[in-house]
Design a protein around this ligand. Structure first.
Ligand SMILES: [Zn+2]
Length: 240
């Protein structure tokens, strides 16, 4: 059974930070989605690959993912050769997503930049019949991007107010990565309390832009079609 959306990023937790509210909101509407981590996160300062796999599985369960798959393209030096491209092309063909979500290929972590480019290219190439893999050609309708550490002006914002609790729980399932007062592991940028506060604040800010409590912003090389212009801007002004 095909998925509607495939969210693909470099490390376990990248998808949660960037678009998990949107994924949980889609699942609540009966849409199917999958998450693909291009690496096992083995180079992370805190935790190890086995622990991160458990955290990723827990998060996928919370969000309602139909599948979560971990590839091994190499954390801290993500490989983007033809071999990796073909693996990803075949995975996209197998799952037949209508949309692909990935990291915007301009960010602090070089793996995020590489992932954004690799996923963009594989999504297109998946539609070329003469590239032969185990599955038939399939091209998703569009690749959409979410911001990582750096911020990019969103082309549209998804209302995630009703799924914010699931998003929070999914992010917090990564106990090894984020703030934990009891942890004895070295501090990182992500493990500071202020990091999670920033993540929450960004969702609030995106929500503010569209007149709701929480939102997730996306960048798209083609604008989304709007069928109901009035509904698209409903609630932007509170009326007092
Ligand atoms: Zn990452």
């Amino acid at each position: 059974m095909p998925v509607d959306v495939l969210a693909i990023a470099a490390h376990p937790d990248d998808v949660e930070l960037g678009c998990s509210g949107t994924l949980a909101a889609l699942a609540a509407r009966g849409r199917r989605f999958g998450i693909v981590d291009l690496t096992r996160g083995e180079m992370g300062t805190r935790g190890d690959a086995a622990q991160r796999r458990k955290e990723a599985e827990r998060s996928a369960e919370i969000l309602g993912a139909s599948l979560r798959e971990t590839l091994d393209f190499g954390d801290g030096g993500l490989a983007t050769g033809r071999e990796q491209e073909l693996l990803l092309i075949d995975l996209i063909r197998r799952e037949k997503p209508r949309l692909i979500l990935t990291t915007y290929p301009e960010d602090r972590h070089p793996d995020h930049i590489r992932a954004g480019h690799l996923v963009t290219d594989a999504s297109y190439y998946a539609g070329l019949r003469k590239i032969e893999t185990a599955h038939a050609a399939h091209r998703p309708q569009q690749t959409l991007y979410f911001s990582g550490a750096y911020l990019h002006e969103p082309d549209f914002v998804v209302d995630v107010t009703t799924s914010i609790e699931k998003r929070r729980a999914a992010i917090l399932s990564y106990g090894s990565q984020f703030h934990d007062p009891g942890s004895r592991e070295p501090e990182t940028l992500l493990s500071q309390k202020t990091f999670l506060e920033m993540v929450e604040a960004r969702a609030r800010h995106f929500g503010f832009l569209i007149g709701v409590e929480f939102g997730e912003g996306f960048i798209s090389k083609r604008p989304p079609r709007i069928d109901d212009l009035i509904a698209a801007f409903e609630g932007f002004e509170p009326g007092f």
